[in-house]
Design a protein around this ligand. Structure first.
Ligand code: DQA
Length: 139
């Protein structure tokens, strides 16, 4: 399947950013992991990362008619962005939401996800492996 993988703000800082929460591996390692997993599962993936909400909205809109599904870690926008939720609803593509950490066992403000309302599945707390599980959903 042709899949778009979107990573939101600060995920490009993996490895430096709060390693006790997000691990010591950097963003390049995450991208390699996703590419390798996708190849093993026979998916064609495009990887996109942005720190900007509007750019994430734009890439979701542009996915319409091009991709079979979306995998998204909206990062902090998970908890704030009605715009990303609306974009996902607008294109109607099957979407799997991923979080490296277990958002439900962290601060209360992380417990609510707008994006979950448009997602067919949410995977959290599995680190990098969560992205592989999301890719497996589309098999
Ligand atoms: C995150 C969890 C979010 O609460 C946080 O803002 C992130 C990363 C995760 O992958 O665990 O930036 O989405």
């Amino acid at each position: 399947m042709k899949l778009l993988v979107i990573n939101g703000p600060n995920l490009n800082m993996l490895g430096i950013r709060e390693p006790t929460v997000y691990g010591k591996q950097d963003f390049a390692a995450l991208q390699d992991y996703i590419r390798t997993s996708a190849a093993e599962l026979g998916h064609d993936v495009t990887l996109f990362q942005s720190n900007h909400e509007g750019e994430i909205v734009d890439i979701i809109q542009a996915a319409y008619g091009v991709y079979d599904g979306i995998i998204i870690n909206p990062a902090a926008y998970t908890h704030t962005s009605v715009a990303i939720l609306d974009a996902l609803k607008a294109v109607g593509l099957p979407t799997v939401e991923v979080h490296l950490s277990d958002i439900h066992s962290r601060e209360e403000f992380r417990h609510h996800s707008y994006v979950s309302m448009a997602a067919v599945k949410t995977i959290c707390g599995l680190g990098f492996e969560g992205y592989r599980k999301a890719l497996e959903y589309f098999e």
